[in-house]
Design a protein around this ligand. Structure first.
Ligand SMILES: N[C@@H](CCC(=O)N[C@@H](CS)C(=O)NCC(=O)O)C(=O)O
Length: 221
């Protein structure tokens, strides 16, 4: 089976798939695709024109959650989705929470404007970004702070796709100077500090910070 991942490294959704590939030691080709300059015909690969997509022997799958489940079924070891039905459902829920609740509030604001638009020399409304973060992020942080409690991982006692999805969004937010205030959400802040400093996230975070720094340096030239 030949697999090809279409995407760009700074996408939190592509990063999810990249981390799953790394953790499971899966061989996969890469085809770099920027969502801002899609190659002609990309809609044949993903009709929604988003990244990531996965090519599998000339056929295509879209959506990071779908791709990660396919990889989990194909390569069950080490498991990133628990077998227990309740824990499995909780993993899916927190992944969905990251992809559909955190992403629009913390990534599509802080990262998209303060990193992507800024690096492209495009203008953006900083007051609107700050207002959205101030209004919409706290309830999400509050929920995650309660969910994580004093645990190291969101689900059970090992890394799951829930952690990968949540941490990946917070990485992008941090590139755009957004992170939960430890005074308000100490458990979430501690969880993120711990995960950012540990593998499999630490190396990726360092590499992606360098890409962001290069993008911003080019943008202000
Ligand atoms: N639910 C999708 C979201 C993918 C997504 O929104 N990717 C962004 C890049 S981070 C994208 O391609 N945006 C371009 C667009 O929506 O037109 C997934 O998990 O793969």
């Amino acid at each position: 089976m030949t697999m090809t991942l279409f995407g760009a490294p700074l996408s939190p959704f592509v990063r999810k798939v990249e981390l799953v590939l790394t953790i499971k030691g899966i061989h996969c080709e890469r085809n770099p695709v920027s969502p801002f300059a899609l190659p002609e015909g990309y809609e044949q690969i993903n009709p929604l024109k988003r990244i990531p997509a996965l090519g599998v022997d000339g056929q295509y799958l879209a959506d990071s959650a779908v791709i990660c489940r396919f990889l989990e079924d194909l390569y069950p070891e080490p498991p990133l989705i628990p077998a227990d039905p309740w824990l499995k459902a909780r993993t899916s829920w927190l992944e969905k929470f990251a992809d559909y609740e955190l992403a629009p509030v913390i990534t599509a604001t802080a990262f998209l404007n303060r990193v992507v638009r800024k690096s492209m020399g495009a203008t953006y409304d900083e007051a609107a970004v700050a207002a959205t973060l101030e209004e919409k992020a706290p309830p999400l942080y509050h929920y995650l702070d309660e969910q994580i409690g004093d645990q190291t991982y969101l689900i059970g006692d090992r890394l799951t796709l829930a952690d990968i999805a949540v941490v990946s969004q917070f990485m992008n937010a941090s590139f755009g100077d957004e992170s939960p205030d430890p005074a308000c959400w100490p458990r979430l802040a501690r969880y993120l500090t711990r995960q950012f400093a540990a593998e499999p996230f630490a190396g990726v975070l360092e590499a992606h910070r360098k890409i962001v720094a290069r993008m911003l340096a080019r943008g202000v030239r």
